[in-house]
Design a protein around this ligand. Structure first.
Ligand code: ADP
Ligand code: MG
Length: 228
């Protein structure tokens, strides 16, 4: 099991008010699975992703990542695990605007303490993997949206993570670029990377093996579907 969430609750404190956002979420994912999360805006998708990505702490419940109990981890241990096991892809790419594609992709390796020469080699390799070997020295402003997202995917996989977390990865892309991103996800998944992806778009969710729905902080497996 790559992910195991049991009775997860997450409240936000707003002044004196407690705002429950995730309500007793039960969710698990096998290693190598590809799961899509769908739900309306404000339903708690990003909040859930931030917890799974060790970017935020839960209020109650338990959360195991790759068999490890995350509620027992210190902040330092959490950031190590994040670095080693998780790759992130965001709707708006979140690239460093002044750095080249190569430097953007190499950044997580800097945090991981990898020596410079190896950083460059591995960043090159990851950029080739996403079909951008000829764009390594381009800055984000010199790239199309689809290319920016592919740089972001190269950055997400450069540490060879076990799981890829993607929050609306095609949300800012035209349909052709979105399709390319989905093809890339598919081939990463074929290589054994687990993928958890948030999306609004039913045609994007169809790429996943399994779809779960979240509404007002409550998560449900989607009913088994007949063929489209
Ligand atoms: P989604 O990604 O599904 O659109 P979010 O997880 O971003 O939804 O937000 C879910 C709910 O939690 C929203 O009602 C939002 O207002 C609230 N929320 C998100 N982040 C915070 C925060 N830092 N403080 C207070 N409320 C928040
Ligand atoms: Mg969101």
């Amino acid at each position: 099991m790559i992910l195991e969430l049991k009775d997860i609750c997450k409240d936000y404190i707003q002044g004196k008010m407690i705002v429950p956002v995730l309500k007793d979420v039960m969710f698990s994912m096998n290693e190598g699975e590809y799961v899509a999360i769908m739900g309306p805006s404000g339903s708690g998708k990003t909040t859930l992703m931030n917890i799974v990505g060790c970017l935020d702490k839960l209020t109650s419940g338990s959360f195991f990542l790759d068999g490890q109990d995350m509620s027992k981890c210190t902040d330092n241990q959490m950031s190590d695990i994040r670095l080693q096991k998780i790759g992130f892809v965001f709707q708006n790419f979140q690239l460093m605007p002044k750095e080249s594609a190569l430097e953007n992709v190499a950044l997580p390796l800097t945090y991981a303490g990898i020596p410079k020469k190896e950083r460059k080699e591995r960043a090159m390799e990851a950029l080739s993997r996403v079909g951008l070997a000829d764009r390594v020295n381009f800055k984000p402003t010199q790239l199309s949206g689809g290319q920016k997202q592919r740089v972001a995917i190269a950055r997400a996989i450069v540490n060879r993570p076990k799981i890829l977390l993607a929050d609306e990865p095609t949300g800012a892309l035209d349909s052709k670029s979105g399709e390319q991103v989905m093809e890339l996800f598919q081939s990463l998944n074929d290589e054994g990377v687990s993928i958890l992806m948030i999306t609004h778009a039913p045609d994007i969710a169809e790429y996943a093996q399994r779809v779960v729905e979240i509404r007002d902080g409550i998560l449900k497996e989607r009913e088994a579907q007949t063929d489209r």
